[in-house]
Design a protein around this ligand. Structure first.
Ligand SMILES: [Zn+2]
Length: 479
């Protein structure tokens, strides 16, 4: 880089401060020939990206390739991922809004139209000025623009080009995102405990709850799995030579196996891809809904910092479906935009799942033990709810639980936690299958029809007002 160019950027760095950024996406009107040029450009970018990576230079592409390599160097990723033709490179961006790719908004006198201008071409953006989110966004300074290519369900979908892509402009704007008046912000402090498929919430004042996390996604997942099995059968039919006697894919050593795919296979593959896109959108909306429900109660959230990567190994399917890490990131952003905080406390030092506030001991429970019951008289209480309770009353400055700080809160909370679990029990009694982690024995495995033959178990005694009898048992029950 020449010296001439360096000095202004250095000057800029001194005055430049990091400002908050939010995104706004507007659909673009792209005609067929423009779409063809965009596709060609993205394909060229993809090849360029791969070339930069394999050499191991356009500014943002080089940055992206550098970031990919850097993640490997830092140990955050094990290898770089080349962009395949099928996956493609789906966006182009520019670091500033005054060169190359840029977004231009006309003055109100000139009609207030917006264009994405790129290489002598102008793509008009569809702007709905009556939408408060759009209006709020366009009132802010554009930091930079990004052109995004997304797959629509088919070439016939609205706004899609002949290959089934849609284009939109994503604006990175300076400031904080629009806050819809319907989303109220509470002032409570909430302790949360996330499991691979559950979420326990214990606010300091409001109602506690233990819920299935994103349970509405289950039917979507089932449909996808059915298509997956169908694809597997089709692949086996079309490529019998690629499998050994036991039905396993042959190890091929250096030589790559050749796979044939039938036309129906391709059809099913597209159908599955559409289903997966819908599932992702559904998941995002469920996350957003839960986030707003939490923020309506309070915008200070305390939870344990979890390694979602470690979870992926143990509960791959559930974590892949529900994306708890993405949810926490979403919650963090929203809480921050309302002026609150999300505190992630280190698991190793606080040990919320082992601590007992009655005697101050830390006792490691096996994962299968879903109840906290201590010889000192605390409990029985569902383990996740108890961990969320401990989190809610943590002192943000110390983050280490001590017995004294929980004596008074426990008096009011015990009944709230029990009420939360009784609701879970209610749902189990109605025949809904719940994961075992919720502390209802064999709830997940039992079909509703066999309910009548079930032997009475502690959790059933709980709801029938026999809690006291269970409390005074000689030793805690391992569930
Ligand atoms: Zn104890």
């Amino acid at each position: 880089m020449s010296k001439k160019r360096q000095s202004p950027t250095e000057q800029g760095k001194e005055t430049k401060q990091r400002t908050p950024t939010f995104l706004l996406e507007l659909p673009l009107q792209v005609n067929e020939s423009q779409a063809a040029r965009l596709r060609a450009h993205l394909e060229a970018s993809r090849q360029f990206y791969n070339a930069v990576l394999s050499e191991g230079l356009a500014q943002t592409l080089a940055t992206r390739a550098y970031q990919a390599l850097n993640r490997v160097c830092l140990g955050q990723a094990r290898r770089v991922r080349f962009k395949s033709r099928g996956r493609g490179l789906a966006s182009i961006e520019n670091k500033r809004n005054d060169t190359g790719l840029r977004f231009v908004l006309q003055k109100p006198e000139a009609g207030q139209q917006g264009f994405l201008s790129w290489q002598n071409e102008q793509f008009p953006a569809l702007i709905n000025w009556n939408d408060p989110v759009v209006k709020h966004g366009l009132d802010h300074r554009v930091k930079y623009a990004r052109l995004v290519q997304r797959k629509a369900s088919s070439p016939q979908a609205r706004g899609a080009d002949c290959q089934g892509y849609r284009y939109s402009v994503q604006l990175a704007l300076e400031g904080i995102p629009y806050h819809k008046p319907k989303h109220t912000v509470g002032s409570d402090i909430i302790g949360a405990d996330l499991g691979p498929s559950t979420i326990a919430l214990v606010p300091r004042e409001a109602k506690a709850s233990l819920e299935l996390f994103c349970e509405q996604l289950a039917p979507d997942e089932q449909k996808i799995r059915r298509l997956q099995r169908q694809m597997d059968r089709q692949r086996r039919m079309a490529n019998p030579d690629n499998y050994d006697e036991q039905g396993r894919v042959k190890s091929h050593g250096k030589k790559r196996l050749h796979w044939k795919s039938s036309r129906t296979y391709e059809k099913i593959r597209r159908r599955k891809a559409t289903k997966e896109r819908k599932l992702a959108a559904h998941r995002k909306s469920l996350h957003g809904k839960t986030v707003h429900e939490i923020v309506a109660v309070g915008n200070t959230v305390i939870l344990e910092k979890l390694s979602y990567q470690a979870w992926q190994k143990q509960y791959g399917r559930s974590v892949g479906l529900r994306a708890p890490g993405m949810f926490v990131a979403h919650l963090k952003r929203t809480v921050a935009s309302t002026g609150g905080t999300l505190l992630e406390v280190p698991t190793r030092s606080t040990k919320l799942s082992q601590f007992c506030h009655g005697c101050g001991r830390c006792l490691k429970k096996p994962l299968s033990q879903r109840w906290h019951q201590c010889a000192c008289g605390v409990g029985p209480v569902q383990r996740d709810l108890y961990a969320a309770f401990l989190a809610a009353y943590l002192d943000p400055d110390h983050l280490l639980p001590s017995c004294a700080q929980y004596v008074i809160p426990w008096e009011g909370a015990e009944a709230r936690l029990r009420a939360a679990h009784e609701q879970v029990q209610q749902r189990a009694n109605e025949g809904q299958s719940l994961p075992r982690s919720m502390g209802i024995p064999r709830a997940g495995a039992r079909r509703p029809s066999s309910l009548s033959q079930a032997t009475p178990e502690p959790a059933f005694l709980l709801t029938q007002g026999r809690l006291e009898a269970w409390k005074h048992r000689s030793e805690p029950q391992l569930l």
